[in-house]
Design a protein around this ligand. Structure first.
Ligand code: GUN
Ligand code: ZN
Length: 429
């Protein structure tokens, strides 16, 4: 059975940072899908003519976009959103690590996983790379809930063996055993994948990072994720802890952790050498502007990442990030670049790309999701501004499709997301 959804439709099947015409949008557009796959995208009249037997859902007044992709978000941190007044290391010590320690209680972890996944879907996020828990049982709970949710989730047990709370630390041997078991059980099951996840170099010895390298070799398509160059005090600490590493990135490189399936969050303060090596490795950076502003970490050097050819995509970084909305995260990316001298002005199409197709590429899913091209999975969202809302008033007066997109990132939030589908199946709405 083929379904056609009729709506205003926008996506970025090409990279807007390398050429013009990346935004494809249709005022009276349509998406045709069947069996979880996209069959056609374009003007309604044309798509309808090509699929005369399809069931048509008239969603005019709504905007259809690809499912949003969050490249960096912490599931155990829902409760610390909004913990104000602290920079990274104090924020971790006083607010965040104590909250993460609560996930030793499996009931609390299970409930947190469910709440988190529901909130992701509610915000229009269909795919996410999720920083997990330090507790194997809590990580198991996340995978179980993610499997049931229908979302595309990559995640992994968070590994640390120093400089955290003692209850969040393990040993390299225990970390290996627990991670190995989770990989066997969850990697490649349904829409789930495993990501090897040392918390950050500050909380890992060489022996723990070596275990991460060993784990990465154990299955095809495993992801790697961690943090990089987020905060100046953190970077100074890494320098002290790893006197033999030339820079922060090198602490990961030495164990084979930086490659095409690696996603490193933040990179607010990179050296030129690190940017060159990230680009050569085809590794990706998760750009998390609301977190960078909230923790006072600094301004992401977006232009330098572009100049060096480093891949990057958006992450909300909840709970340092201020919510799970990639619309708001896109606006924050825009704000941060505009507010600081030398920032790179982002266009609406570029922001849409960073919230969708760029994330798909970072997570190794570019052939499957990220835009609405025929053949890809039917992962999409419908955004309908609530009646009487400011967004409704703005969209009713929009002069162009590009302006509509700019207004969406500025004003649309979870209240406007009315339907979310992964492979054609509803996961919200
Ligand atoms: N570095 C190590 N852990 C964290 C975390 O939980 N959040 C952020 N923003 N940075 C980190
Ligand atoms: Zn983070």
């Amino acid at each position: 059975m083929t379904t056609i959804v009729r709506a205003l439709l926008a996506h970025t099947p090409r990279d807007p940072f390398v050429g013009d015409g990346a935004l494809e949008a249709f005022e009276d557009g349509a998406l045709a899908f069947a069996g979880g796959r996209i069959l056609a995208v374009g003007d309604f009249a044309q798509v309808r003519a090509e699929h005369v037997d399809a069931e048509v859902r008239d969603e005019r007044g709504a905007i259809l976009l690809p499912g949003l992709i969050d490249c960096h978000v912490h599931y155990p941190q829902i409760a610390v959103i909004g913990a104000m007044g602290l920079e990274l290391l104090d924020w971790l010590r006083t607010r965040t690590l104590p909250e993460e320690a609560k996930l030793a209680d499996l009931d609390y972890a299970t409930e947190t996983a469910q709440v988190f996944l529901h909130a992701l879907a509610r915000n229009g996020t269909t795919t996410a790379l999720v920083f997990g828990s330090h507790f194997p049982a809590a990580q198991e709970a996340l995978f179980e809930a993610a499997d049931a949710s229908g979302l595309r989730i990559a995640s992994g047990l968070v590994l640390s063996d120093r400089n955290l709370l003692p209850e969040l630390e393990s040993t390299p041997a225990a970390a290996y055993e627990a991670s190995h078991a989770l990989i066997e059980r969850w990697h490649g099951r349904g829409r789930l994948r495993y990501a090897v996840t040392p918390r950050f170099s500050v909380s890992c010895t060489d022996a723990m990072l070596e275990v991460c390298g060993r784990l990465l070799g154990e299955a095809e398509d495993l992801l790697f994720t961690s943090h990089l160059n987020e905060n100046r005090s953190e970077i100074a600490l890494v320098r002290e802890l790893f006197p033999d590493a030339g820079d922060y990135l090198a602490t990961y490189e030495r164990f084979g952790l930086v490659g095409e399936r690696s996603v490193l969050a933040h990179d607010v303060h990179p050296t030129a050498g690190e940017l060159t090596r990230l680009a050569a490795a085809r590794a990706s950076v998760a750009h998390c502007p609301s977190s960078n502003a909230f923790l006072g970490s600094g301004v992401f050097p977006l232009g330098r990442h572009l100049e060096h050819g480093v891949r990057f995509a958006l992450g909300t970084d909840v709970g340092a990030g201020t919510g799970l909305s990639l619309f708001k995260e896109g606006l924050m990316a825009y704000h941060m670049q505009m507010a600081f001298p030398g920032g790179r002005r982002l266009a609406p199409a570029e922001i849409l790309y960073l919230a969708t197709a760029a994330g798909a590429r970072a997570l190794g899913l570019a052939d499957e999701v990220g835009d609405l091209s025929p053949g890809k999975s039917a992962d999409f969202i419908l955004v309908r501004p609530p009646e009487g809302s400011t967004l409704a008033a703005v969209l009713a007066r929009s002069p162009s499709l590009e302006a509509t997109l700019g207004s969406l990132f500025t004003l649309a939030r979870e209240e406007s997301v009315v339907e979310v589908r992964v492979a054609g199946e509803p996961v919200f709405g």
